[in-house]
Design a protein around this ligand. Structure first.
Ligand SMILES: NC(=O)c1ccc[n+]([C@@H]2O[C@H](COP(=O)([O-])OP(=O)(O)OC[C@H]3O[C@@H](n4cnc5c(N)ncnc54)[C@H](OP(=O)(O)O)[C@@H]3O)[C@@H](O)[C@H]2O)c1
Length: 285
């Protein structure tokens, strides 16, 4: 599997398997199927409420731990000022226990909300102590990312953000590259919004290669050096989404996909006060 090298030298598979919105009771079977299909990179989060099922699938697979790349995410901590670092460490230990692992490969701050500076300071310690081989963030706009970098010791290895043909994040990616932060796409298919799977431009490119629209989208992201973590509960789609390394999009095809960018989120804006308050109200761990 092709990898990217993170800013601390850790190798991260460029393609993995995401488990957001897979119900807890279906997650173990889905992850077992994904591992059987050949995925070795898994993306979960405390807030997905399915870490234990991911851990059970890892255990059942018998795959050696060092062959896997496992990411999980810290949900917003709510302790009064002064306790957030301790609470972050406790939340991390809870995630490890649910996953049944001694360490994760990547630990991310899930949302740029709350006292994430204290969370980051605890995560720097977790990283130094070997609990997480790399640490990073998710959903950070460039201004928040730069501020976090400028006021801390460890530069986030990754920023996992909404990235797909309708919200391409080219400017954000350029800034992240300058700052040594790897871009990772969430929602590579925009969860099917905007009729992505029947989009005429993507469909015609797919036809030209004898591939599916999903494969073209993943290939387009990989050619842009974006890490991808598509989600599917269907084994045939899991296999299809892995099979994207035997064709190359031309410059002209990359250009036609570039023209699909709307420059805005299809989900929600992390700067919208209502959404900020709604996310901040969720409590986990
Ligand atoms: N950090 C964050 O805030 C954040 C937010 C969202 C997601 N994520 C991560 O990113 C991962 C991926 O994003 P996502 O799950 O939101 O959405 P996604 O991967 O863009 O889309 C998943 C949808 O596409 C369908 N699908 C998958 N492969 C397909 C194929 N080959 N052909 C047709 N349809 C296909 C799936 O249906 P079936 O399952 O029925 O196949 C599902 O409905 C998540 O699982 C999670 O790990 C992170």
């Amino acid at each position: 599997m092709q990898t990217v090298t993170l800013n601390n030298g850790v190798e991260m598979p460029i393609l993995g398997f995401g488990v957001f919105q897979i119900p807890d009771e279906e997650t173990q079977a889905a992850v077992e199927a994904a591992l059987a299909a050949g995925y070795r990179h898994l993306d979960t989060a405390a807030s997905y409420l399915n870490e234990a099922a991911v851990g059970a699938a890892i255990k059942a697979s018998g795959i050696a731990r060092e062959e896997l790349f496992v990411t999980t995410k810290l949900w917003i901590q709510h302790a009064p000022a002064g306790n957030v670092q301790e609470d972050t460490k406790r939340a991390f230990e809870n995630s490890l226990a649910r996953l049944g692992l001694d360490y994760v490969d990547l630990y991310l701050i899930h949302q740029p909300l709350g006292d994430y500076y204290s969370e980051w300071r605890a995560m720097q310690e977790i990283n130094k102590e070997g609990g997480a081989r790399a640490i990073g963030v998710s959903n950070f706009h460039p201004d928040r990312l730069v501020d976090l970098i400028d006021h801390n010791e460890i530069v986030p290895a990754v920023n996992q953000i909404e990235t797909h043909p309708f919200h391409q994040r080219g400017t954000d990616q350029a800034l992240m590259r300058e700052r040594g932060v790897q871009i990772e796409s969430w929602g590579p298919f925009a969860e099917g919004k905007n009729n992505l799977f029947t989009d005429p431009v993507l469909s015609s490119i797919a036809e030209a290669h004898g591939k599916s629209v999903a494969q073209v989208v993943l290939r387009w992201l990989i050619q842009r050096e974006v890490v991808v973590i598509p989600k599917s509960v269907r084994p045939e789609r899991m296999a299809q989404n892995l099979d994207v390394f035997d064709f190359t999009l031309t410059g002209e095809q990359m250009g036609r996909i570039a023209a699909l960018d709307t420059g805005t989120s299809l989900f929600f804006d992390h700067r919208d006060p209502e959404k900020v308050s709604w996310l901040g109200g969720r409590r986990i761990d």
